[in-house]
Design a protein around this ligand. Structure first.
Ligand SMILES: Nc1ncnc2c1ncn2[C@@H]1O[C@H](COP(=O)(O)OP(=O)(O)OP(=O)(O)O)[C@@H](O)[C@H]1O
Ligand SMILES: [Mg+2]
Length: 226
């Protein structure tokens, strides 16, 4: 479904962020990317979003070479991918409902459709009872769940989560991991970049370990070893 083929990304002659990275992600897979700070995890996610382009190599998404996609088709392509970061990037002045609805409004969706879809994703992430609250009135874990609701609104094929538990305590972290598992069970590919040992060791899913931009391990039921 997604295939990285010999991806190399060099930011400057002495910064090789990704070095000949090749791997495939199957339908409905849940895959974690681990590695030290600077190992290339975020760069790898950015390559898939076409936020950065490689110096060499290709990425295929459903057999489409994503770097051949014309600029005017890129936003359509990116809608197949939901993104969640460590810092939630919610609009502070919009309540939870509007933070999610906003994206559909921009696309010109009808009110009825917006109401139906926003309710559905808030239900999935367990925030139906917080729809009217502002981000500042939520816990860190709830804010992150709102960010996932927003990422889910286009029914993406893939969710990229970059350190989504980075600012959370261990309980909130477990909540978010359970949410990721649930989203994955509903059929969405998850690519999770994380530092968090406990997350990896409880997931027992595929783990790719990066070191200085190279894949040094790719294990079906990985454990966190650095
Ligand atoms: N825009 C950029 N310009 C120059 N160098 C960059 C840029 N983005 C990343 N790098 C470098 O590329 C390397 C990989 O960075 P990346 O952000 O992918 O690491 P990471 O594994 O996500 O680290 P962290 O765990 O700290 O988030 C680092 O050496 C970083 O300094
Ligand atoms: Mg990073």
């Amino acid at each position: 479904m997604i295939k990285f083929e010999n991806i190399t990304k060099i930011y400057s002659p002495n910064i090789v962020a990704l070095d000949d990275v090749s791997f495939e992600i199957e339908d409905k897979e849940f895959i974690s990317i681990v590695g030290r700070s600077g190992a290339g995890k975020t760069t790898l996610l950015k390559m898939l979003l076409v936020e950065e382009r490689p110096n060499s190599g290709k990425i295929f998404f459903d057999n489409q070479d994503i770097y051949q996609i014309k600029n005017n088709k890129l936003s359509g392509f990116r809608r197949k991918i939901g993104v969640v970061f460590q810092d939630y990037k919610l609009f502070p002045s919009k309540n939870v409902y509007d933070n999610v609805a906003y994206i559909m409004e921009v696309m010109g969706a009808e009110d009825k459709e917006i109401e139906r879809d926003v309710s559905e994703v808030l239900e999935i992430v367990g925030l139906s009872n917080r729809a009217e609250n502002l981000p500042a009135q939520l816990s860190g874990g709830e804010r992150q769940r709102a960010a996932f609701a927003r990422a889910l609104i286009h029914r993406p094929l893939v969710i990229l989560a970059d350190e989504p538990t980075g600012n959370l305590d261990p309980y909130q972290t477990q909540d978010i991991i359970q949410l990721l598992e649930k989203i994955n069970e509903l059929g969405t590919i998850i690519v999770l970049a994380t530092h968090d040992k406990s997350v990896i060791n409880t997931l027992k899913k595929r783990v790719i370990t990066l070191e200085q931009g190279k894949i040094i391990r790719d294990e079906k039921q990985g454990r966190f070893i650095l």
